[in-house]
Design a protein around this ligand. Structure first.
Ligand code: OSB
Ligand code: MG
Length: 374
């Protein structure tokens, strides 16, 4: 197949409530969707969609949204356009001369993958060889203004039926809210925390206090480049260490495992360069006895559908950040949306990534449309 045309739809969706991490507060979700038009070898024109998960500021990873759009349009898409023999499995190799930019690359590969699967009438779930048709649904809870608010907000998600709670922490908003949540909801609650790189090794004593609360894991306590320090911290904590920001490729995952820096990996397809790299990390982790779960980046219904399919692979043994669309959005841009019930979400299994784009909703939330002729 051949890539003929890209439309980049820049979107801004209001969040139902502000989302605060150790690095920023988001009130809106900004992202772009790539609509790729491809011509198959038998001459059919097919459209595929990809979602870019870069944040609008480079505070979580080195990429930012407008930069990712520029990288896609100036360097990535042109590198694919010349090829008559394009297929999803070739995309990452064709883009490897561009250094870094995993989220930009992931979004373009996703659009090509969606188009290729739609051309075959095949679902991503089937393509992956996933067997489970539903996955446990966890929710990521932002830092709240007070411990009382934390308990109230988490209580709401427990009442809704979420299978697992992840609470964002930062220095000064860590032990007290964690202790209060355990006290209120008991030891059976599947509960974990995410520091988004807010600590250093000098905080090892504080972090060790979390060992008293039976957490499933602590996610990314230290800086993204600090594999060696995570290895050192790991030997002084009982709470399992999960890496998010540090794992930006399959190679980084292999290094973290070799350095004994990690017990559990949060796999986010955008952060690691795409869904195919995500599957490689899954396979590598399974082979090394490392548990994985699927992370999220406040995706729209498109990205969440694809994440749910990925999370249906066997090695995803922990609940992911695959909450219902209504966790973040009053209205989504896909015709069917992800819903959580009884602690699970069903994996959408329509053609391609499993869901269809609602063009009226895309137009409603669109701030800019870029056309890229190739
Ligand atoms: O660290 O997992 C994270 C959102 C934006 C940036 C980083 C993270 C997150 C989340 C959201 O925790 C999880 C979700 O999409 O449900
Ligand atoms: Mg995280």
């Amino acid at each position: 197949m051949r890539l003929k045309h890209l439309s980049i739809h820049h979107l801004e969706l209001p969040l139902v409530s502000p989302f605060t991490t150790s690095f920023m507060t988001q009130t809106h979700k900004r992202c772009f969707l790539i609509e790729a038009q491809v011509e198959t070898t038998d001459g059919a024109l097919v459209t595929g969609w990809g979602e870019n998960v870069a944040l609008d500021r480079p505070f979580y990873s080195a990429e930012h949204l407008d930069g990712a759009a520029e990288v896609v349009t100036r360097w990535l898409a042109p590198a694919l356009a010349a090829r008559e023999d394009l297929n999803p499995e070739r995309v990452s190799g064709l883009l490897s001369h561009v250094i870094g930019q995993p989220m930009a690359k992931a979004s373009l590969e996703m659009a090509i993958l969606d188009a290729a699967l739609r051309a075959q009438g095949r679902s991503f779930h089937d393509y992956l060889g996933a067997v489970r048709t539903s996955v446990p649904s966890g929710v990521s809870v932002g830092i709240q203004d007070s411990t009382a608010d934390t308990v109230r907000v988490i209580g709401g998600y427990i009442d809704e039926g979420y299978a697992r709670i992840k609470l964002k922490i930062r220095p000064g908003a860590d032990i007290a809210p964690v202790a209060a949540v355990r006290e209120e909801f008991g030891d059976d609650l599947l509960f974990q925390v995410d520091a988004n790189a807010a600590y250093t090794l000098a905080d090892a004593t504080t972090l060790a206090k979390l060992d008293d609360y039976g957490l499933l894991l602590i996610e990314q306590p230290l800086g993204e480049a600090d594999l060696r320090q995570h290895s050192q911290l790991r030997s002084s904590l009982r709470t399992p260490i999960c890496l998010d920001e540090s794992i930006d490729s399959p190679e980084a995952a292999a290094d973290a495992i070799a350095l004994r820096a990690v017990d559990i990996i949060n796999i986010k397809p955008g952060r690691v360069g795409g869904y195919l790299a995500a599957r490689k990390i899954h396979d590598l982790a399974v082979a090394n006895g490392i548990a994985v779960w699927c992370g999220g980046m406040l995706e729209t219904g498109l990205g969440r559908a694809a994440n749910a399919a990925l999370a249906a692979l066997d090695g995803f043994t922990l609940p992911g950040d695959i909450s219902g669309s209504d966790r973040f959005f009053a209205e989504d841009i896909t015709t069917t949306t992800i819903r959580m019930h009884d602690g699970i979400v069903e994996v959408p299994r329509g053609s391609g990534m499993g869901v269809d784009i609602d063009r009226a909703k895309v137009e409603k939330y669109r701030t800019r449309l870029q056309e890229v002729a190739l």
